[in-house]
Design a protein around this ligand. Structure first.
Ligand code: DX5
Ligand code: ZN
Length: 215
């Protein structure tokens, strides 16, 4: 079963309630947190996650594109995140370990994210305990970029590792996902599809969500 996770980075932040209601036929809400350090862009943080939590019961999938993410796990969990993904490039193994342990203590689901440069094998130390691996299919930082086809190999390799070590772990793709690249990513092994511009940039949000499901 494929999950669709619209990215509210492409929503109108002055109309967030409307834009959250518009994606009710999707499965998750994807929230992109950027700090201007790990990536060049700055987006939103803890208070906005708190507000979103008050306005929707949908599953909040929070993608942390921040340095030292282990410092903020408790705060994002308390704000209402259901799942947190930390980038494996955002700190050394001890920092990632601390972040995952904090997620466990807070009762949020555990995700790790990979930039396009990062080897699929980087997930190996954590594979058994993860709920989700997020494979970036663009360089993180901005919505509206084109899907990097070379990442299909990474998706396949991550799927192989998970099949052996943790078959229940979800595999999410993020960046440049539209109905065409969605099919390619799913064929390679993805089962959670993030899409920002393909959902909010279309005139018909429910239709765009259905198109991503292949319907
Ligand atoms: C990019 C973000 C993505 C972004 C996707 O760094 O992680 O979630 O919003 O946007 P689209 O679907 O437009 O590529
Ligand atoms: Zn994202």
């Amino acid at each position: 079963m494929i999950k669709i996770a619209p990215s509210i980075l492409s929503a109108d932040f002055c109309m967030l309630d409307r834009d959250l209601k518009a994606i009710q036929t999707a499965d998750w809400v994807h929230v992109d947190v950027m700090d201007g350090m790990f990536v060049p862009n700055i987006t939103i943080g803890i208070p906005v996650v708190q507000s979103i939590r008050r306005h929707t019961e949908m599953f909040l999938d929070v993608h942390l594109m921040i340095t030292q993410p282990e410092r903020y796990v408790e705060d994002f969990a308390a704000a209402g995140a259901d799942l947190l993904s930390v980038h494996l490039e955002a700190g050394g193994p001890p920092a990632i370990r601390r972040a995952l342990d904090a997620m466990g203590r807070c009762g949020v689901k555990k995700g790790v994210a990979l930039r396009p440069i990062t080897s699929p094998e980087a997930i190996l130390p954590y594979a058994e305990e993860l709920d989700l691996v997020l494979v970036m299919t663009v360089e993180p930082g901005f919505g509206g970029q084109s899907f990097l086809p070379g990442q299909l190999d990474t998706i396949e390799r991550v799927r192989e590792i998970l099949q052996r070590r943790n078959p229940r772990c979800l595999l999410e793709v993020d960046g440049g996902i539209n109905p065409v690249t969605a099919r390619q990513a799913v064929a390679a092994g993805a089962n959670v599809l993030v899409a920002g511009s393909a959902v909010y940039g279309s005139g018909d949000v429910p239709g765009a969500i259905a198109a991503l499901r292949g319907g």
